[in-house]
Structures are given as structure tokens and as C-alpha cells.
Ligand binder design. Structure first.
Ligand code: FES
Length: 417
């Protein structure tokens, strides 16, 4: 029976195959690192090998093979495609697998093209981002957002995942899903499992660094899997994010707007993969999925039936309702303790322009208007309402704002925005 010895990455593999089998089949039998991207149908060249001994034992190269070889890298007189070269006679073959070298060149070229595309298509973004990072490093003392996080918070933020990652805010702050207390609490804790997954994933990624490093040093890429390399790339991304977060002084809370979301999803996946080994992935993943489904569907139902009444963020609906109430008065100013309206009265004035009083309906002069949030059981709701002060002084801390409809030709003053 013909014998084949494969050489690659300083190692050898010995194989024995019957006459009529291909070099690729011989390599598969012993796990030699010969490529077969097209599945052995003469469509790629990843099975390119050099026949150091035993060339005469092989079937001659046909036209298809020569066509592919024309496009392959580093073709020599003893080059063959492993999937096409059949061993027709008994004897011994010495085969050098050069896929590593070839792939490395292809990868390098692909990488260069990818970087070039990224740079060209993101040139504007890169310029703005670079400018912002430099600006924040030199001017990061202001109270604008971002720029409000402490340096310690900011450097930890990418590793902690932000409090929006688990849906907690949606459960308790914005719209509580219907259901008994214990169910809502269980769902909120279930949603927080994402942190456990992500942190386990980070630990798993750190444990893969040594494998990736060994592969890098030895240039034997089979020493590390694709997942090892991806894990290390993701860790690098996290460190890079930490650097940017410190530069921008991004606070802990809402950080997923700034790009760690995809990384955390990847780490969470690695974490779940780790849990699989101790047969906990299904339980933990199932609990997490059920919690997220409960929160998502429950919140969607709540918003559908009761609207969005998150205090602090007036919506078009609440602004329109307030406008309709204000249309009963001819006042041009009102007091308010709603910070958003105090800072930005223009959206309300715009809605007043779009929703004018019904013609013919009389308007009355109030004894002073006070715009505030409606309350239920002593708790503020997102609904804005107006109260006639009937000559009483406005509540302490409230400020006067103009509430006339914006003129049609009004142009925003950049200084006020
Ligand atoms: Fe693709 Fe041989 S495996 S050409």
C-alpha cells in the first residue's frame, strides 16, 4: 500500500492509503493540515502541496488543475493540488503542505484590503472621533455629557456592561410589566444574568490568551482556534473601549450607546458556552430567555395600553395633551417645575403652533398657570398637566417660561441649543 508522509509546521504525519486515493484523502486520514475550502472539487487551491518525493507515482495534472494552479501562490515545478493528484502506483511519497504560507499571504492581503475599506468608508467618522478624543483629553473638565463620569467609573464601564444591558430600567422605571410582585422581581433578576454570562465570557477569553500567543509565536495557527483569536480580539476591543471611555469620561450607566453592546453579546455567548461544560447552559439560558421575554412582552403591552409616562422625557403625546389644556387660556407665560420644559420650551411652543385653539372657542385669562407632572399616590407620572393658580404665588423653585406658539419663521439660535 502506498505510504505518504506529510510535513507542515515542523511536524510530520504518516498515512497509508490504497492505490487510487488522492493526496487530500491521505491527509484527511491522519489529520494533516491540508486545506480543502472547495470540498475537493478543484475550485480553490487551498490543498496546494509540494511533492518532494514520489511525483512519478501520481496521476498527471489535468487542465482544470493547471487552471487553478495559474492563480495559486508560490507555484513550483513539484506543485500539485492534493485533491486532484491521485496515487496510482505503490511506493512512498514525501509531501510538504504549504497551505499555511499561502493562507498567510492571502490573509495579509485580505486584511490590508479590509483596513483600507474601513479607513476610506469611515474617514469622516474617524476624523470626528479622533478630534473628539483629543478635545476631551484637553477639555474634559466641563459638565457636559459625556464628560461627567469619574475616571475610575469610565475605565471600568466597558467591563461592567452598563445598567441598561439587563432591561432593569424598563421594568421598574419606564413601564412595569403587569404581574405579581414576585414575578416582576424574578424577571428583573433573571434579566441580570446577562452580567454573569458576560463576565464568565471575559474570564474564558482571558484564559485563551496564552493559546493565541503560542500560535502567534510559533506561527502555527493550528495551535489556536478561530474562537481563541476572536476572544483575544474582543478583549483588545474592551481595552480600547476603556481607553476611549476614560478620554470621553463616559459615565457608567448608559454606555451601550457607545459601542460595547456587541462585545458584551459576544462575551455572554462565550460565558454560556462555558456553562455548557457544567451542564448549566440550558437552565441559566432558559431562565434568562424567559425573563427577557416576560419583560419585553409585558412592557410592550403596558406601553400599548397606557402609553409612555417616564418622568423627565416628555413625549409628543404628553406635549399635545398639555397643549390642548393650555389652549383654554390666553396666557403667554406659565410657571413650571419640569426641568426639561424650563430648559427647552421650544418643543412645547412648536406643538402649540401645530395644535392651535379650536376657532370660536373662548379663551380665558388665568390667575397664573403652573405646568407640572400629574401625580398618583404621591408619585409623579409622566403626564404633564396645567393648574390655574387662581392668584396664588407659584410653587417655590418653579420658573417662568414663555408658552406662546413659535412664530412660523422662527429659527433656532445655536447658542440656546
Ligand atoms: Fe479546493 Fe483542492 S480542495 S482545489
Amino acid at each position: 500500500m502506498p505510504t505518504v508522509r506529510f510535513h507542515a509546521h515542523g511536524r510530520t504525519w504518516d498515512s497509508e492509503v490504497p492505490v487510487g486515493e488522492s493526496i487530500l484523502q491521505a491527509s484527511k486520514k491522519v489529520g494533516a493540515p491540508e486545506g480543502d475550502a472547495c470540498g475537493g472539487v478543484c475550485g480553490c487551491s487551498t490543498c496546494h502541496v509540494y511533492v518532494k518525493e514520489g511525483l512519478a507515482l501520481l496521476s498527471p495534472a489535468e487542465e482544470d488543475e493547471e487552471d487553478i494552479m495559474d492563480k495559486a501562490f508560490d507555484v513550483r515545478a513539484n506543485s500539485r493540488l492534493g485533491c486532484q493528484a491521485k496515487i496510482l502506483k505503490d511506493g512512498h511519497l514525501e509531501i510538504e503542505v504549504q497551505v499555511h504560507e499561502v493562507r498567510r499571504r492571502q490573509d495579509r492581503r485580505g486584511l490590508l484590503w479590509s483596513v483600507a475599506f474601513l479607513l476610506v468608508f469611515n474617514a469622516k467618522y474617524i476624523f470626528i472621533a479622533t478630534f473628539n478624543v483629543i478635545y476631551r483629553f484637553t477639555h474634559a473638565s466641563g459638565a457636559t455629557y459625556p464628560g461627567t463620569g469619574s475616571r475610575l467609573d469610565s475605565v471600568l464601564a466597558p467591563f461592567l456592561g452598563g445598567n441598561l444591558l439587563n432591561g432593569y430600567d424598563y421594568v421598574f422605571k419606564m413601564a412595569r410589566p403587569p404581574g405579581p410582585d414576585w414575578l416582576v422581581t424574578a424577571a428583573s433578576w433573571g434579566a441580570r444574568l446577562v452580567y454573569l454570562f458576560a463576565w464568565l465570557g471575559m474570564a474564558a477569553a482571558i484564559s485563551r490568551i496564552s493559546k493565541a500567543w503560542r500560535a502567534w509565536k510559533s506561527e502555527d495557527r493550528s495551535a489556536a482556534s478561530v474562537l481563541d483569536l476572536l476572544a483575544v480580539i474582543a478583549l483588545n476591543g474592551l481595552v480600547l473601549q476603556a481607553f476611549i471611555f476614560v478620554a470621553l469620561r463616559i459615565p457608567l450607566g448608559p454606555q451601550y450607546y457607545f459601542g460595547t453592546f456587541a462585545l458584551h453579546v459576544f462575551f455572554a455567548w462565550l460565558g454560556v458556552d462555558l456553562l455548557r461544560r457544567v451542564r448549566l447552559a440550558a437552565v441559566a439560558g432558559g431562565f434568562y430567555a424567559a425573563s427577557c421575554a416576560f419583560i419585553t412582552l409585558g412592557v410592550a403591552r403596558e406601553l400599548h395600553y397606557h402609553g409612555y409616562d417616564y418622568v423627565g422625557w416628555p413625549t409628543l403625546r404628553t406635549a399635545t395633551e398639555l397643549t390642548r389644556a393650555l389652549n383654554a387660556y390666553e396666557d403667554t407665560a406659565a410657571h413650571t417645575d419640569i426641568e426639561f420644559l424650563d430648559k427647552y420650551p421650544q418643543p412645547l411652543r412648536t406643538v402649540r403652533l401645530l395644535v392651535p385653539p379650536v376657532s370660536g372657542e373662548p379663551q380665558r385669562k388665568s390667575g397664573g398657570l403652573f405646568i407640572h407632572y400629574a401625580e398618583r399616590d404621591g408619585k409623579k407620572l409622566g403626564l404633564m398637566i396645567v393648574t390655574d393658580l387662581a392668584g396664588n404665588p407659584p410653587p417655590k423653585g418653579s420658573r417662568s417660561i414663555e408658552i406662546t406658539p413659535l412664530p412660523r419663521d422662527w429659527v433656532p439660535d445655536p447658542k440656546t441649543w
